[in-house]
Design a protein around this ligand. Structure first.
Ligand SMILES: [Ca+2]
Length: 211
């Protein structure tokens, strides 16, 4: 079980814990027995993709929020209901850092070079789950720059750029493909995890080369 969510309890002392990444929910009974009550297959029709939240109501029904909707489990652990619902952010507003190490993040719009950008990993974002092919940066949704002859832009790589112990994903975007213009004060990066869950992050920029 990786990245567990906060534990919730029902009226007879069962503990429920959902795991975000491994997309499952387990129950630990008062006698110490742990059983998995839901896995990534969800109710068999709607998969549980990325466990976003879990709650127990007054009747001891368990409600599990996935990235596609809410499953209701009865106290026996059987899914009795599924309500389609797309959470706007399933913990996936991500932090990005354009030009790590720079405060003002200058981007020379006349440059033929690249903008290095980091997606910051955290306890709720493992950057190895990111599908690099989905990344899109700036108003023109630039794809990551892939220059087979350039060791810097050759590929996305992980690196702990902010030294917080969580690996970050470093990627580069060709300035001329970003669509950033002189009036822009920020730029966004969007993408998806391999599971299909989408995310977005924004950082400030200072356009240069405008006069
Ligand atoms: Ca980090």
């Amino acid at each position: 079980m990786t990245f567990p969510l906060p534990i919730v309890t029902d009226s007879i002392g069962n503990l429920y814990v959902g795991a975000i990444w491994s997309s499952n929910v387990s129950r630990r009974t008062p006698d110490g027995t742990t059983v998995q009550v839901m896995d990534a297959t969800g109710d068999g029709v709607h998969p549980l993709d990325y466990t976003c939240g879990i709650a127990v109501d007054a009747n001891d029904n368990v409600h599990v929020l996935g990235s596609d909707g809410v499953f209701q489990l009865d106290p026996g652990g059987t899914v009795t209901r599924f309500v389609p619902f797309k959470p706007l952010a399933c913990g996936l507003g991500v932090a990005i850092d354009i030009k790590p190490g720079s405060g003002s993040n200058p981007v020379n719009l006349r440059s033929r070079g690249v903008v290095p950008t980091a997606i910051l990993g955290s306890s709720s974002l493992r950057v190895d789950q990111i599908d690099v092919d989905t990344l899109a940066f700036g108003p023109a949704h630039a794809a990551p720059a892939h220059d087979p002859g350039n060791a810097v832009t050759r590929a996305a790589h992980t690196q702990d750029v902010n030294a917080d112990g969580f690996p970050d994903l470093m990627i580069h975007f060709a300035v001329q493909e970003t669509g950033i213009t002189c009036g822009d004060t920020g730029a966004s990066l969007s993408g998806a995890l391999h599971s299909g869950t989408t995310f977005e992050g924004t950082d400030t920029i200072t356009p240069l080369g405008c006069k």
